[in-house]
Design a binder for this molecule. Sequence first.
Ligand code: AKB
Length: 368
Amino acid sequence: MCAAASSAPSSVPTSNTAHSSPPGTRRTAAVLVTGAGGEMGHGLLKALSDRYDGTGTAVVAMDIRELEPAQRALCRDAFVGDVCDTALLERLLAMYEIMEIYHLAALLSTRGEYSPETAHTVNVTGTLNLLRLAAEQARSHGARVKFVFPSSIAVYGLPDLATKNSVPPLREDQFCEPITMYGCNKLYGEHLGRYYARHYRLLAKDRMDRPIDFRCIRFPGIISADTVPSGGTSDYAPEMVHAAAAGRPYSCFVRPDARIPFMTMPDAIDAIVRLAAADGTRLTRCVYNITSFSPSASEIAELVREFFPASEVSFQPDAARQGIVDSWPAEVDDSAARRDWGYRPEHTLRSAFESYLVPRVMAHYRGA
Ligand code: AKB
């Protein structure tokens, strides 16, 4: 096991239907989602089960913990195990004809700074294992496997606040000198994806040309009404909203002027699905920035106070976590995503509060 400790046993399919295909029979066509129990997996499983319902393609999930029953119900099979468990990955290879992989499993930026080597193992070795699985799948069924990889604004590393405050929105190739292990891992994951997509086994006589169709989005901080994140550094925004809805005071770990890009979870899920479905001939890059709004922490706090008048938000910056946020851009340039695959988020900061966050979190905590 290479991922964070799990109380559940490894490699256990929580399915009555999971089985290896008998020799000579066709394996079940499948899309695989790793880290399916995490925040993004929550929304993505629903989108994928809607998309593949009735098509004969199975949605197969993997996570180091059992999925919640509602999430589990969205998948044909779900496996408890981690992305470094190569025996489990071999079994998946034998059981399914995997057409698409959504590799969400990762250890985020704050958590990674407490255990950088574990983060490296999960984020790099895990990604390498999944890319290799995708390449082997492509060889075995003779068609490219789509590999969708969420990267992050953590791949950027601005040298100081003066630079951060003076540069225009960053393009994909600028200031890629991350200061966190997570950022380094995601940046390397982007390079590995490009390598597997275009150059894998460059000198091998029996190589398959371009076995993987690698598509990657660099996400900003994400705010979900349904789940509270853990282990990230952009967590202050969702934490502020959820604490207010739950009637708890919140002490924000960054300065009021801290500014990074954010988006809502529905816009993030829509972007993944849209990029995965995009016409490959229109894609000019492997890696795309996307963004929706770039509020300061005090602008988020003002909206929280407006919509939750009884809320109590204070600021007690933590120098180390603030340093991480200061190294991330205030804004990114997502013009390539808009041009190539029609990225267009629905929410502005205000409409995110009005039509998504406030009604959903209030319903959630009222029902809790
Ligand atoms: C984190 O804070 O580590 C993540 C991210 C920005 O990728 N939410």
